[in-house]
Every structure is written in C-alpha cells, then in structure tokens.
Ligand binder design. Structure first.
Ligand SMILES: [Zn+2]
Length: 247
C-alpha cells in the first residue's frame, strides 16, 4: 500500500466530499494502483482529467502510485492551451460528434439545433453507450459519473448544470465549440442533415399560412420534417445568441 498526497484543481473539486476540496490530502492507495485507478477511487472520472503532475512532472494514467508521491490533478478545458505539458490523450476530437445518455434528451435536441451530430435514444443501456462512443468516436455526454469510469471509454463529458440551457452552454465552453456552431443544418428530431427544399415540394406538408409567408424551407430526409424560419426559429436564434454570449 502506498500513501500519497492528492490535490485536485478547479471544477474537479465538485466530485470530492467537502472535507477534501481545494486542499492537499493524504490517502492510502490500493496495492500497485495506477494514478488513474487511485483518482477514480476518490470519485473523479478519468474523462474529466487533462493533466496529472506527480512530484511536479506530468505523467500519464498508467503511472503507478509510489509511497510519498504528491499528485496534482487538473481538469479538461479544451480552450486552455497547455501544449508544453503532456496531455493525457491525443488532440481533442475536431468536428466533434456526441452520444447523449437517456437523461439528456433536451440537451441532445439543442446540440442538433446548433448543427452538432448528436445520437440520442432514450433506452440505450450503459454498455451500449460506451460501445457507441468508442466505435464511432463520439463524445459521451452524461451526468452519471460511474458511466464515465468505464475503462474503455476515451472521450466523455460530465455535463454540468440542471437546466438544458446551462448544459448546452457548459458543453460549448468546455469543448470550445462556440465558433463551430452551424444552426439549422440538422434535424432536432432525428439528427438527420437538413437539405434545402423548394416551396412547391413542401407546400402540402406545412400549414397554408406558412406556405404563404415563407420562401425558404429545409427538409429532413430522415423523418420528412419540414423547417422554416417562423416564430420558433426566432426564439431559437435568441436562445443561441444568449448561449454564445455567455462566458
Ligand atoms: Zn429528421
């Protein structure tokens, strides 16, 4: 058994009991535990971690904990440039795609609204979510920290915030996605990519008033839903502006 001292930084403290927040504390780690195992045993999922320093030097997850180690743990923040220090995983996924767990349906719809490819079905078991994340290289979005501790999982985000708007704002900031938004290019309902549609083609699928007043339509080949820039669109644009201004 190795006794080591840990200090967690910034938002990683939220995963710790109050007596261990923002201070250095000493714990006994399991026999030949890796730093990843030791950190997860303290309640912090590996997907939330960007940098680990042991005795002042950056290490990767597989480093074994040794007696007397002083271990500092820093959160993921894609918008932070920490390149001189060893990152724990390869470059962040560019043009990121997501898979959201069963509790994040509203967030999934919002991300689709902003143009991000987001898989969501409300009955996928945990193991299937992890499998999809790994094989399709999708970032797993969840508020279940146990799920983020799955060994195979490489890319996940513990989604902060209770309300879908806060959650969307958090994901955009954490992944540095605010400049990558392409609103109204994806179907909020089925995640399909929208295509421009001629008015003549959709005229029978929309209310007569809409067909009269609007010239520009988009169509989802996946579920046949038709989109136009109505009052719903205006509300959505306001919400997007609000979120993009945040932070
Ligand atoms: Zn659709």
């Amino acid at each position: 058994m190795a006794t080591a001292t840990f200090r967690f930084y910034e938002e990683l403290n939220d995963f710790l009991p109050s007596t261990r927040r923002k201070i250095a504390f000493t714990v006994d780690c399991a026999e030949s535990a890796t730093v990843k195992q030791a950190i997860e045993a303290l309640g912090v999922p590996h997907t939330e971690i960007e940098i680990i320093l042991v005795n002042g030097e950056s290490v990767n997850f597989s480093r074994r904990v040794e007696a007397g180690d002083r271990i500092s743990v820093y959160p993921v923040f894609e918008s932070l440039d920490v390149r001189p220090i060893l990152r724990l995983r390869e470059e962040p996924l560019r043009d990121p795609r997501f898979v959201a767990d069963a509790h994040l349906g509203r967030l999934a719809r919002y991300l689709r609204m902003l143009g991000f490819d987001t898989l969501y079905e409300n009955a996928l078991p945990d193991r299937e979510l992890v499998r999809i994340s790994c094989t399709e290289r999708r970032i797993l979005l969840t508020r279940d920290r146990e799920l983020l501790m799955h060994r195979e999982l490489a890319h996940g985000v513990y989604v902060r915030g209770e309300r879908p708007r806060e959650q969307m704002s958090y994901v955009l900031r954490r992944m540095d996605l605010r400049r990558s938004c392409r609103p109204f290019t994806r179907c909020m309902s089925c995640n399909g990519e929208l295509e421009p549609a001629d008015r003549e083609v959709v005229v029978d699928s929309v209310p007569p008033r809409v067909a009269e007043r609007h010239r520009e339509f988009r169509y989802c080949p996946g579920c046949a839903r038709v989109y136009w820039r109505g009052s719903h669109y205006d509300r959505m644009m306001k919400l997007i502006d609000h979120v993009l201004e945040d932070g």
